[in-house]
Every structure is written in C-alpha cells, then in structure tokens.
Design a protein around this ligand. Structure first.
Ligand code: 6GU
Length: 250
C-alpha cells in the first residue's frame, strides 16, 4: 500500500517510522511519503490559511496550496505505479472511524491523507477531488483535536496492522475487540502471563485447567462483564442469542 500525507507539520508524522508501521515500511509492505503543504504556498510567509467567508473565528486552509499539493502528489504516485487513489480527510465532522472503516481502507492500494489545522480546509477541495476518487471524511472520536495529524497516525496504524504480512499471527486480529466474528460487539477481557503469583495476586484457576471449553466460556463471560461496565452501548446492539449459541458449542 502507498500512503501520502500532506501536512504543515511533517515532523508530527515521525512516529510512522516506529514499531509496527515502521517495520511495515522497512519490509516494503507500506510505502509512506510525507509532504510539507507549505511547499505549495507561494508568498514570502508560505501562507496556507485565510479568514473565513461569512465571518467567524479562526482561519480556513486555502484551496490553492491544497489543490497544487494534491495534483503533484497524485502525479508522483501514478508515476511510481500507484493506481486508484482515495483521499482520507480527518475531521471532527467526518463519519466515525471504526474497525469496519479500517478494514475497508485496508483494501485500498493508495491512501492520501489530508489532515487540516485551523477550522478546516476550504470545502471546494474535497468537492473537486470527490468527482475523481473516493473521499473519506473520518472522525476518530467525539472530542476536538488541534489538527488531523494525530488522526492520521491512528488511522494508519489501524489499517497497517490489517495488511497481509504485517502481523506475524493472523489470529491476533481475529480476536480483537471490534473484530467481526464470534466475539463481535464484545470488548476483550483481562489477560495474564508469568509469573503465576505477583505481589500476592494469583491468576484465575480456570486458565490453568487445560479445559479449552471452560477457558473459552470464562473469557466470553469476562468479555460480557467488561463490555457491560465500559461500553453498555455495545451490549445493547449485540445479539443476545449469539451468547447462548456459544454455550452449546462448549
Ligand atoms: Cl479526525 N480531527 C480533529 N481535528 N479533531 C478530531 C478528529 C479529527 N477526530 C476527533 N476529533
């Protein structure tokens, strides 16, 4: 997968060199290009924002630099052999970014991220590119960040770990909270490793029983309790029949 990021804070994207995403880049599974939007600002101060039409607080990112940046980024990507770009525009007004969104984006072969600062990007930019390619406006949660760069890190990590070959063990995302499947709509419960006693605390006996059916049922029950405590909204949308069906398999 090719990823381009156009930003006024290229250094904010340095974490893309670290950990899972960094390794995916080093192994050639991800080809990441970070661009400074101010490269396409033409005045002495490299201005990329201006006051909003209609008045109001804050500044809006100008369409000029974004249009030139995206045209150049698209030309370079096509030149390098990338096909079928999709724009990802992080914004608190976007659709909620979920595991489902991550899975859909992981099917793409080229993502171009457009993180905004200030009050956002002039709306004509997304309108124009939407005539030529998919444009995904995504929000990573119900709170307001100073800009979209942190969301680019979040989305890239969620997508990268779904790419074939990036995680050692494909099962490790089959069981994730929010993954589709048996434990869909349930959060993962607690986990334990050695030593068997730590600061006076043992581990649940069932985990040492060797009885896979009982262990699976215990984990499922823990998942339900944790979901009830932390995300009752998920339990309300879950299918209660799915819980009982599992019991008959054990
Ligand atoms: Cl994607 N951007 C900003 N600026 N704030 C957010 C967000 C994105 N998602 C939640 N809050």
């Amino acid at each position: 997968m090719r990823i381009d990021v156009v930003t006024i804070f290229p250094e904010y994207l340095e974490p893309l060199n670290v950990s899972l995403v960094g390794k995916a880049r080093a192994s050639g599974l991800l080809d990441v290009h970070v661009h400074d939007l101010r490269t396409w600002a033409h005045d002495r101060h490299h201005t990329v924002d201006d006051t909003p039409y209609g008045g109001g607080p804050g500044m809006v990112m100008m369409p000029g630099p974004w249009g030139e940046a995206l045209d150049q980024t698209l030309a370079d990507g096509y030149e390098a052999g990338a096909r079928r770009p999709a724009l990802v525009v992080p914004t608190p007004s976007g659709r909620p970014f979920t595991q489902e969104t991550a899975a859909a984006l992981a099917e793409a072969d080229w993502l171009i991220f457009c993180p905004a600062r200030y009050e956002g990007i002039d709306a004509r930019v997304t309108a124009e590119y939407a005539t030529r390619m998919p444009v995904h406006e995504v929000s990573i949660g119900d709170y307001v960040l100073a800009g979209g760069e942190a969301a680019v890190l979040v989305v890239t990590e969620a997508v990268a770990r779904l790419l074939p070959g990036v995680l050692g063990n494909a099962q490790s995302h089959a069981d994730d909270s929010f993954a589709p499947g048996a434990m869909a709509d349930l959060l993962e419960g607690p986990v334990f490793t050695k030593p068997p006693t730590w600061r006076g605390q043992g581990i649940p006996d069932v985990l040492l029983s060797g009885h896979h059916g009982r262990i699976a049922r215990w984990r499922r029950d823990e998942a339900i309790s944790r979901t009830a405590a932390n995300r009752p909204d998920l339990l309300r949308r879950a299918d209660p029949a799915a819980f009982n069906r599992k019991d008959r398999e054990m």
